[in-house]
Structures are given as C-alpha cells and as structure tokens.
Design a protein around this ligand. Structure first.
Ligand SMILES: [Zn+2]
Length: 164
C-alpha cells in the first residue's frame, strides 16, 4: 500500500510538468491559435518568404544585431510587414537605440500590431507581431524615448521599407 501515495505523487508530478509545459508554450507562442485576417499554411508561408524572413516571422527567430540594412535606414517612409504588407512603423517614430535592431517608439497605428507574453528567456517580455498576419516582429521594452517611453525592438528582416 505504500506505493499508492508515491504513485500519486509521481502522477501529480507528471501533471504539474505537463501544465508547466502548456503554460510555457502559451507564453512563448505568437498566438498560433488566434486567427488573423491574413492566414496562410506553413507551406504557403515557406514559399512566400525567404528563409530568414520565415525564421523570424513564422518561427519567432531573432536576426543578428546590425545585420539588417533597415537599421541604418534614415529616409522618410513607412516600414511594412514583410509577410503581408501591413503598414507597421513610420520613419517619424524611428530612432537609433544603439542595439543594432531597427527601433521605434510607437507603431504607425495601435491597431497595426498585437502583443503577447514571451517567456523564452525565462522572464516575461512583451512580444510584438503584425496584427494582420500574426508574423513575429520583435519585442517591446520600456526604456524608449519620449513621448511613449517604449522601445519597439524590431527585426529588420520582418519588414520592408517603402520610401515616402
Ligand atoms: Zn503581416
């Protein structure tokens, strides 16, 4: 009879592990379950995007800092989603954060992007994605300049630039 409590304990441990895994999956997810206006299958995204675009937008990858030419883009214009063309950020809110990633203190419109919680590094971060296709863009931090104090740290490969 002594093995019953320990068996329960074991099952309890399995249960706890499973729910932790589920929680972690939710936390890091780009809301795969959510539906977005632009919705393609994984195979369709793979054929539409370059390898590095797919890695960042659809697999929540991160490009190497200073690897994107958009980091140094200083012309007036709009940065659009490389996945679906949705206008995301204006050159008017772009600034040099010194991080090596294109940085903005606000999106072109609050409805242009969506956010989720990301626990990939073991602590919560605010993940930001395109509101139209769900493509992962980067993260939002609270060390940005005025007037918002926000830093949208965006992977350049996730965007295309349209000069004004
Ligand atoms: Zn998009």
């Amino acid at each position: 009879m002594t093995n019953i409590p320990s068996r329960r304990g074991f099952l309890g441990w399995i249960g706890a592990t499973a729910s932790f895994a589920a929680l972690a999956a939710c936390g890091s997810g780009r809301a795969e379950a959510k539906s977005f206006p632009v919705s393609l299958s994984e195979a369709q995204w793979r054929s539409k995007l370059t390898k590095s675009e797919f890695y960042v937008l659809r697999q929540e990858g991160t490009e190497r800092p200073y690897s994107s030419p958009l980091n140094d883009e200083k012309r007036a214009g709009v940065f659009v989603c490389a996945g679906c063309g949705n206008a995301l950020y204006s050159s008017k809110t772009k600034y040099d954060s010194g991080t090596g990633w294109p940085s903005f203190w606000a999106p072109v419109d609050q409805r242009a992007v969506g956010t989720s919680r990301d626990f990939k590094l073991g602590y919560p971060r605010t993940e930001v994605h395109c509101a139209d296709c769900g493509g992962h863009l980067g993260h939002i931090f609270s060390d940005g300049p005025r007037p918002t104090g926000k830093r949208h740290c965006i992977n350049g490969v996730a965007m295309d630039f349209r000069p004004a």
